[in-house]
Structure formats: C-alpha cells, structure tokens
Design a protein around this ligand. Sequence first.
Ligand SMILES: Nc1ncnc2c1ncn2[C@@H]1O[C@H](COP(=O)(O)OP(=O)(O)OP(=O)(O)O)[C@@H](O)[C@H]1O
Ligand SMILES: [Mg+2]
Length: 276
Amino acid sequence: MGRWDLEIVELSKTFGAVTAVDRVSFAMSEPQMIGVIGRSGAGKSTLLRMINRLTPASGGRIVVEGRNVLELRGREMREWQRLCAMIFQQFNLVPRLDVVTNVMLGRLNGHGAFKSLFAMFDRGQIEDALAALDRLGIADRALQRAETLSGGQQQRVAIARALMQRPKMILADEPIASLDPLSAEVVMKALREIRDRDGIPVICNLHTLDTARAYCDRVIGMRDGRVVFDGPSSELTPTAARDIYGAEAALDESVTSTSIGKAEAPAWGSPVVAGA
Ligand SMILES: Nc1ncnc2c1ncn2[C@@H]1O[C@H](COP(=O)(O)OP(=O)(O)OP(=O)(O)O)[C@@H](O)[C@H]1O
Ligand SMILES: [Mg+2]
C-alpha cells in the first residue's frame, strides 16, 4: 500500500439557505483513524459524502496525489469511489442475497456492474470474499441470506465488502449507531484492526465522544458545519467537548457517551475516560 496524502481545503456545502459544511480544512499525511464527532446536523455525513463524491460539493478542494478529487469525472470518479469505500449506519447490503455474494459485490463497484453481474464470479474472487469474511470472523455465515444476520454481523459483512474494493481509505458514517454495545465494540475493533494491520486510514463519524477517545488517534469536532476541534483524542478536554456539543449537552453524559469501551481498555492502550 503506497503512502498518500489527503488534503481537504475550505470544503463547503450549502443546501439552499443552510450551510451544512462550512469551509472545512484538514490534512492527513499518514494513515490515521480519525473520529468525526458533533451533534446531529453538525455536517458529519455531508462531509463524508462529499469526500466520496456521493454529494456534490459547493466549494473547496479535496487533493489526493496532487489532483483535485472534486474535478474527476466518469471512470476516474468511479475509481475514486472504489478507493474510498463507504460504510453506512444501515449496512446497505442486498437483503435477499447471501453473505458471500454481498461481499463480492464490492469488486463490481465502478467497472461495468451489469456486464460483470452476468459473468460468473471467478474462483479467485470467491476465495478473496471468503478470506475477508474469515478475517471479520463470520466466514461460517457465507451462505446465509444477509437479512437473516444480526445487525453487528451485517455490519461486519459490509466491512468485508468494503475490503473487497481494495480501498485506500475507509469512510464510515455512524457504523455503530444501530448496534448494541457489544456488537459496536466488535465493529470498532475491526475498523481499528484494518487501520493498524493494513495501514488503511479510516474516517469514522461517531455520535459519542468516548467511542472516539477509545478507538481514534485523532478527533475532528464539528459544530454548525465548522471544525471546532482537531487534535489527538487525548486533548479532548471538557472545554473542547463544550465547544463541540454546547454547554448544556456536554454536561449531559448521555449525549457524549455510550457504554461501549467502558468495560475494558482496548488492547492498543489509549485510556478510556467515561463522559466529558
Ligand atoms: N439533502 C439535503 N437537503 C437539504 N438539507 C440537507 C440535506 N442533507 C443534509 N442537510 C442539512 O445539512 C445539515 C447537516 O446534515 P448532516 O446530515 O451532514 O449532519 P450530521 O452531522 O450527519 O447529523 P446526524 O448526526 O443527525 O447524522 C443539516 O442541517 C441537514 O438538515
Ligand atoms: Mg449523519
């Protein structure tokens, strides 16, 4: 995996009178696990969707390897979308297809889906899909229909599908918001393991501060479309939390924390501090 730099410069999005993302700038020059936190409506999803070109930007630049990603068209834009695999809160699997086929669909992204669908998947693709599922600990579910899996299992299938895209970056939009605490922990550990083992950077929208603290190297706090905090998780002080969530919310632990990560400190040793 070659190293590459991501630079986001004054990225903005307006929907009519609403400025959802307001001149956001940040750079990443080594593969990090970045948690993007903020209240509902802060602009987290819009930011990720602009990076992946799912939502057109109103202004700014996203520079990777010297090129502005926002100017890519056609085949090059689809190639970019393959390189930054998205993971969603609602998993976005094809419910009636079996797990291994869902994972293999990750390989179709960007190049002639119809043509490929009518060709059979080759043996190598099936083996890659099974290896990805095995890595996520769910190879035994390969032939089950996706809709019969638990939420946590479905999200792991979605991560396996993302790996099949051979991504250079993973963008996860609230990947644990629909999961119980234990499943949430398994999913966050899987994302962290991909960052640590493969050196694939992960940008992950999260509702809660303590999850970001437990799993991310770096936290970007958004409020009203703007970045109000950008730094190591360890520097996320109560004052910073107030800037991100507002004074009333920061005092209310239920807004900024979930039970995830409180039971045990994660293996990589960053301290887990409950609440703000
Ligand atoms: N398609 C759209 N049309 C109009 N307004 C939109 C659209 N998408 C988002 N917005 C607005 O942009 C702002 C940011 O929304 P966004 O979904 O990015 O926030 P978020 O931080 O992801 O919130 P949540 O935590 O609830 O997911 C909100 O005010 C939202 O209403
Ligand atoms: Mg969102």
